[in-house]
Design a protein around this ligand. Structure first.
Ligand code: SF4
Ligand code: SF4
Length: 112
């Protein structure tokens, strides 16, 4: 069933060309919210290099828990996961604002 995106909702963008898979955002989220190691609100998924058209590429991915992120962003519009990312690969904010940063970039966007 199709659902419309809430234009006023929250979004997180990860720049796949920039992310180095450093785990900084995962650590920053845990440090900010102090949940135990039996919980997980942000996970970095590192991928092995692979060939595309005969050339090696490597991308990593983040897996945020978007309802937690939306509440986190409402409490602090500059969460440490994004402000502390050494590659400036994470962008969080209202969907409308985040989508303006998509053109011309190789990104994944999560919405809530
Ligand atoms: S998004 Fe940033 S902090 Fe998170 S793994 Fe990628 S480079 Fe590191
Ligand atoms: S926005 Fe908040 S809850 Fe979501 S990954 Fe970043 S620090 Fe964690």
């Amino acid at each position: 069933m199709k659902q419309k995106v809430n234009a006023g909702g929250f979004a997180m963008l990860v720049d796949l060309d920039a992310c180095t898979g450093c785990y900084g955002c995962e650590a920053a989220c845990r440090e900010t919210h102090r949940y135990g190691y039996d919980e997980d609100w942000m996970r970095v998924i590192r991928r092995d290099p692979f060939y595309v058209d005969g050339k090696l590429r490597q991308y990593h991915m983040v897996a945020p828990v978007l309802d937690k992120c939306a509440a986190c962003y409402a409490a602090d519009p500059n969460p440490l996961c994004a402000t502390g990312c050494p590659a400036a690969a994470l962008v969080v904010g209202p969907i409308e604002q985040v989508l303006k940063q998509v053109p011309g970039r190789h990104v994944a966007v999560f919405t809530a």
